[in-house]
Design a protein around this ligand. Sequence first.
Ligand code: GDP
Ligand code: MG
Length: 174
Amino acid sequence: MNSLKIVVLGDGGVGKSSITLRFVKGQFISYYDPTIEQSYNSEIELDHKKHTLVIIDTSGQEQFRTLQDSHLAQGDGFLVIYSLVDSPSFETVDEIFNRIEKFQDKKCQEIPIVLIGNKSDLPDRQVENDSGKSKAEEWKVSFFETSAKTGNFVHEAILACVSQILKKRDVDSI
Ligand code: GDP
Ligand code: MG
C-alpha cells in the first residue's frame, strides 16, 4: 500500500504544528517548539479503503531549507497555511506557491493543494474571508478557514487534500 505524503507549509506561528497535532492526536497543544520538524503517520479510511498518511510538519528554519526543498519535490499534497490574524503571513503565500511550482515542476492547479486561513476562533481578524477565497481562485487551489484550537474544519481541509491526491493518482494511472 502506497502512503500519501502531505507537506505542511507556512510562516512561523501560523499553526502548522497545531493543525497537524489536532488532526493526528485530536488535541490542541498550546505550546509546541517552533524549531521542530516532525513527520507523523496516521491511518485513514476513505471510501472503504485504508491509506497511510504521512504528514510532514515543517519548521521554516533556514538550516532546514534543503530538507524542505526535498519535501517540496517529494510531497504528494500540500497544506499552505496563513493566520487570519496576521496579514504578513498571508502575503508570503504567493512565495510558497511559487516554490511548490518550482520543485514540483508544474502548476499549482495540477497539484493537490489546500490553502488554509487558520485561527478562525480569534476575534481580531486581519485577513478577510474573501481575500483568502480570491487567492485560492487565483492559484486554482482549494480553500478552508480553520481553527486548530476548536478543531473547526481541520479534518475537512486535510481530507480535501487526501481526496485530491487519490483522484490525481487514479487519473495518472489510466
Ligand atoms: P507553527 O509555527 O506554524 O507550527 O505554529 P504553532 O502550531 O506552533 O502555533 C503558534 C501559536 O499559535 C501557538 O501559541 C498556538 O497555540 C497558536 N495557535 C495555533 N493555531 C491556533 C488556532 O487555531 N487558534 C488559536 N487561538 N491559536 C492557535
Ligand atoms: Mg511548528
